[in-house]
Every structure is written in structure tokens, then in C-alpha cells.
Ligand binder design. Structure first.
Ligand SMILES: [Zn+2]
Length: 275
């Protein structure tokens, strides 16, 4: 559920503001945190007053329902405002706070959903936002659409005192090694997807899967299901469409890896702690 806000509510609105411009977020220049302001101080956004939405709080944030979160999507419009700048969503997510990660990630998935569901997928009519649940509705054919969530698996493979890490094509210019990950296909179980992805990407067999935990990943709407798995057999043969390099690293001598804010970083940490 995500409601638009009334003018009187807006006049007194003070909280965190997530202002999306294309795939970036507006922040005060030189900062990487979600702006916290009263509406009065955001004059340059006042012509968006009718489009401000409230993001319903998530129970899971570490500070509870601390601050209201307001959303504005300015789309492709360019706002040249002194002391403000647009930064990539990833910068906000990785700025270091679990709450910022959760709020910005969720907000982006809502905005992305609304941007991509302006028309009915069944009959092509203009859709309307439902005000009591997070959905859009077609009044012509009654088709209703909800935000898409795409399940992915992510897996850390260990063998004695080593871990198998890979460098993906997306990181070809960065020295960063991470766990393997991939989308779950229609009709697959999560576990089947883990075995298949590992075989496809690095050509090895694994065993003793254990579920680790999950994390929403807003690029643009994944839900990562994390697993630990033990190596069973086979030599590494990489799929070079997805991976540039994959190898075994001693846990005592790891390359640069993702931060523990991401589930990839948490999985690697879990393998280290296992030892
Ligand atoms: Zn329709």
C-alpha cells in the first residue's frame, strides 16, 4: 500500500525524502545519505506536491517506525538546484546503514513498479494506482498487477579451508571477487537453482546445501536467497559469458570481496566463521 498525501498533511511533513530522477536519487551535495527535511525547505519540489507518496514503514528496520518516508518521482526531469545533486541508488544503498539500504531499496522497487505498469499488460488501457494495496488496476478488463519480485539464489561454496569465489563480467574493471548468484527459473526449486547455477557458471558439483538467509536486492527487483554449500567434485570450468575468473581462495588470504551489508559479504563471513 502506498498512498498519495493530502495538501494539509504535506504542509507539516517532515521526514526522509527519496527523490528519484531517472535511476538516481537527489541528495544534498557532498552527502550520501537520504535527506531529512521539512517540506517547507524543499521549495524546488513544490510543483510536485500532488505527486508526493508516503512509503509505509517496514517492521524490520532497526529503528522501527522512526521517520516517515516520502517519495517523489521526477522521472527524466533535470533539476538544477544549488547544493543538491543526483547520485546513483547504489551509492545510497552502500553508504553503510541497514535502514538506508532497506528504505531506499524498497522505495526504488515501488517507483520502478509504477513506472513500468502505467498501462495494462492484458488490454493496454491506462492503469490506476490502488490506494489500499501496492498494486495498479485496469478498469477496462479488471486485470490487477503487483510489484514483480524475482527470486535469485546466491551461494558460497567451501572446501576445507578454501572458498570458491568468482569475478563477474560486471566487475571486469574492479578487483572484486564474490559468491555465485543467478535467477531462479520458472518451475525450479531454490535448491535446484543453486545446483544448476553452480554447474553452469563454474562446472563443479556441490553437496550439503544449507539455507543462510535472504535479502531484497533492488536492481531492479530481486530477492536473494542465500545458501552455503560444500564442494563435492569437479574442476572449475567457467562460463565466460557471465564470469571472467573463478578460483579457490584460502580463507586466510582472500581477495577484495563485497561489504557485509550485502548478503554476498555475509555469506563469505559465514564461511570464515565456520572454520
Ligand atoms: Zn486491462
Amino acid at each position: 500500500m502506498m498512498k498519495n498525501i493530502t495538501p494539509s498533511q504535506l504542509a507539516g511533513a517532515a521526514g526522509q525524502w527519496l527523490i528519484f530522477a531517472k535511476d538516481k536519487v537527489l541528495v544534498e551535495a557532498g552527502t550520501t545519505s537520504i535527506p531529512h527535511k521539512p517540506w517547507q525547505e524543499l521549495d524546488f519540489l513544490h510543483h510536485y506536491a500532488s505527486e508526493v507518496r508516503v512509503l509505509p514503514p517496514l517492521v524490520a528496520t532497526t529503528q522501527g517506525a522512526a521517520l516517515p518516508v516520502y517519495l517523489i518521482d521526477i522521472g527524466a526531469e533535470n533539476i538544477e538546484q544549488p547544493k543538491w545533486e543526483a547520485v546513483p541508488l547504489r551509492t545510497i544503498l552502500m553508504a553503510g546503514s541497514d535502514d538506508a539500504f532497506s528504505i531506499a531499496g524498497r522505495a526504488w522497487q515501488y517507483i520502478h513498479f509504477l513506472r513500468t505498469h502505467r498501462f495494462c499488460g492484458q488490454c493496454g488501457a491506462v492503469t490506476e494506482q490502488v490506494d489500499w494495496e501496492m498494486a495498479v488496476h485496469c478498469h477496462d478488463c479488471h486485470h490487477r498487477s503487483y510489484p514483480r519480485i524475482s527470486p535469485c539464489i546466491i551461494v558460497a561454496i567451501y572446501h576445507q579451508d578454501s572458498i570458491l569465489l568468482a569475478k563477474s563480467v560486471r566487475h571486469k574493471n574492479v578487483n572484486l571477487y564474490s559468491t555465485l548468484a543467478g535467477f531462479v527459473e520458472s518451475g525450479e526449486t531454490l535448491e535446484h537453482a543453486v545446483h544448476r547455477e553452480v554447474m553452469e557458471e563454474v562446472g563443479v558439483k556441490i553437496k550439503n546445501l544449507s539455507y543462510f538467509g535472504s535479502q531484497p536486492w533492488p536492481f531492479p527487483h530481486s530477492l536473494m536467497a542465500g545458501y552455503l554449500a560444500e564442494y563435492e567434485s569437479g574442476d572449475i570450468v567457467i562460463d565466460d559469458n557471465e564470469i571472467i575468473d573463478a578460483k579457490w581462495f584460502k580463507l586466510s588470504d582472500l581477495p577484495p570481496t563485497p561489504p557485509t551489508l550485502s548478503i554476498a559479504g555475509q555469506l563469505i563471513e559465514a564461511v570464515i566463521k565456520r572454520k
